[in-house]
Each structure stands twice: as C-alpha cells, then as structure tokens.
Design a protein around this ligand. Sequence first.
Ligand code: HEM
Length: 425
Amino acid sequence: MQPTSTLALDEIDLSDLEFWLRPWSEREGAFELLRNERPIPHFDDPVITDSPFPIPPGSGYYALTKHRDVAAASRHPEVFRSGQGAVSIVDLPPEMVEYFSGMISTDNPRHTRLRRIVSNAFNPRRVRAIEDSIDSVARDVVDRVASRGSCDFATEVAAPFPLRIICEMMGVSPEDEKTVLACSNTILSMGDAEYIPEGTHPVIALLEAGATLTAMMEELGKYRVEHPVDDVTSALVNSKVEGDALTHQELASFFVLLVTAGNETTRTAISHGLWAFTEHPDQRAIWQADVEGRAATAVDEIVRWASPVIFMRRTVAEPIELSGTQLVQGDKVLLFYNSANRDSEVFEDPYRFDVLRDPNPHVGFGAAGPHFCLGAHLARREIKVMYRELFRRLPDLVATDEPVRLESNFVNGIKHLPCAFTPAR
Ligand code: HEM
C-alpha cells in the first residue's frame, strides 16, 4: 500500500475522528507529510460532547511522529510520565485512570512494584501451561469454522482466540467469556456505535463495562484467596514476593488492562495479517514455504504493519527539547506508533509488507522502556500459533471483502472481515 496525499499540512487534524475514518492510504499520506515537514505538530484536544463528568479544558498535545522521538520519550520515563493517564488524550478523573488503565498509567515506584508482582505470577511453569493452552485453543477455534467454507474472520477466529487464552490464564469461567468480550469491545470502541447499547452515552457505557469487569474480578480474587488453584489470579492475590500481593482493586484494574491491552490488540494483529496476506499473496507463499523458520520475522512484520495500538500518552515533568521542539512541564505528548513504524529513516521501503524484514525495530509493542508491552512474548506466540494452524488446516484461506474498520483513533481495529476457504474436516 502506498500513501496518498489528499490533505495539505494545515488540514491535518489528528483530534478529528473523521481523520481516522479516512482510507488507510490517506492516513499514511498525512503522517508521511507530518514526518517530513512538521514532525512534532501541536493539536487541540478532541472535543467530547455531553460528557457525564466534567472534563477540564486541556491545552492540547504534541504528536510525536518520528521513530527517534517515540523512542526517546519511552526511554526517559522520569521526564515523560504516565501517571496522569497513558491511554486517554483528555485528563480523566484520577479514579477513572486507575480503573481503566492500571499499571500502564503509573510511574515509579508504584509501577515497578506492580510490574514485579505481575511478572512473578508468570513463572516458567505457568508460562509453559499457557503456551500449551494457546495450541489447543487455536485448534479449537479453527475447528469451529473449518467445515463451513466461509466465516467472519474477525469475530469468529481473531476475536475468540486471545479472549479465551486470557480468560483461561486468569481462571475466568467459560460462561463469563461473552460478558468479558462485550465489555472489552465497549471499552476499546471509544464510541463506535456497534458496541454501545442504543441510547447510552459512550462514556456511561464505558463506565458500566469497567464496573462489570471489576466486579467479576474482585469476586474471583476474593474466592482465590480462600481457594487458590494454579492460575495467574491465585498467584496475584496470594503473592509472597516480599510480602507483597495485588489488592483486589489492583487485580481488577490489571484484569481490565489485560482484557483490553491483551485482547483487542492481538485480535487486531491477526485480522490485519489475513488482510495483508490477501493483498500480498507472494508474502504469504514465502511464509507458508517455511512456517517455523520464518515465523519470527513474519510475526513482527504483521505487528509493524498492523500497529494495533495507535498511540500512548505521556505528560512532561520538566523542560526538555525534543528534535528542536521545546517542551515544558505539563505538556502532553502522544507517541504515534503507527507513524514511527513507517519512518523511512529506520525502515527501508516502509510501505512494503515483507515477512522476511530483518532487522525490524518496530514499536508496535511500544519502544524500549519500563512500560514495554508485558504481553509481547505471549502475543507473538499467539499470532504464530494461529497462522501455523490456519496454514495447516485452511491453506487457501483469503479475505473476500474489505475489512470493516473500528471507528477509533486509539486501536487500529478491524470489526469484520469476511473470508473463504476450502472446507476442511
Ligand atoms: C499484538 C498484540 C499487542 C500489542 C500490539 C501490544 C501493544 C502494547 C503497547 C503499545 C503498550 C504500551 C507500551 C508503552 O507505553 O511503552 C503495551 C503495554 C502493555 N501490554 Fe501489550 N500489546 C499486545 C499484546 C498484549 C498481551 C497479549 C498482553 C497480556 C497478556 C499485553 C499486556 C500489556 C500490559 C500489561 C501492558 C502495560 C505494561 C506496563 O505498563 O508496564 N499486551 N502493549
């Protein structure tokens, strides 16, 4: 896909949802223009109408569009802070930040403590168990559609797969999976009408979805204190690491983060993968010719290509200059991963989908720094295992129509993707 330039520099407004509804090629064209002409532009905050809680007027934000600036901001958490919220452009009330984003919106020392407890819960034995479950869930998900010859790849393959893995990992019962999916769709939809109950303000829907997940996890956490089993939830609430464990509220926030950060993102990458392979059958043939041997580069190229998370936010703690732009305390910056992942200073021929790309220093999982995606290893494995299974069972699978995209400036989501294949037993 080549970028097309339809917008002049001064017409680009990243705060306007309309911008994000433009064809991908036009979006790419606009970001290319920014990288070349105005790499750290300033935009007003997006306007949120009829919010049920007061949103203080913001002073706008700087957009980091170059790979080097995204990397620099990620590397210096003491200057580029996350505590005022990493996932929302506007300032939300602190309790909402806590509720919806957990450790991703914390700074040291709290971030280190939370990350250590969570990392300890993923000990090698538990990681091996999760890896086994990825293989069996992938088989099961493909089994369910294999005999039909066609399906909605996004909702029937890409969505249930990471969802079930996260639910299994946390010990959420299969009966609750549908609720988890509906809530995570609502939280990450950012107002896309398909996921908001009719007549409900998107912010209210978001709060209700968060409350449902929180209640589910608080209840499970309390139960696991008394009845521990070998799952991640039990480990998190009963952690003995220096006498530290997650509180029930922290567990609930972590769960909300997991089902959003770990669920929608992986689903998005898998769906983009099918669309990319449909548009670039030569690249699919290259991977299919050596599925194991080429998995590492192919998976990372899918993540670069998809850039499932569009941005993360930081707030500047002290004056600093970034590529010639002077930033002062309190300035907001948005790290546009999608743009950094097409930066020709770092990627040769960045608009070429190349499953053998190596090196591939993409920032799809964030750039190096303390908040680098905790689930990168798991996500890479999920994408690899799903495509291995698809190539084995449904080798001629293709998308049969354009993806229906999520209306969002935060997740580069695909809601629906019709596909067809020769039915398998
Ligand atoms: C293709 C799939 C995924 C993508 C593209 C992705 C992307 C990201 C990005 C961009 C960040 C923020 C990095 C930063 O601020 O520096 C992040 C953080 C995080 N991700 Fe992922 N992620 C994916 C899958 C997962 C999975 C499967 C899990 C969980 C099992 C997960 C859990 C997390 C957590 C907990 C954080 C916060 C880490 C912290 O603040 O210390 N992610 N991810």
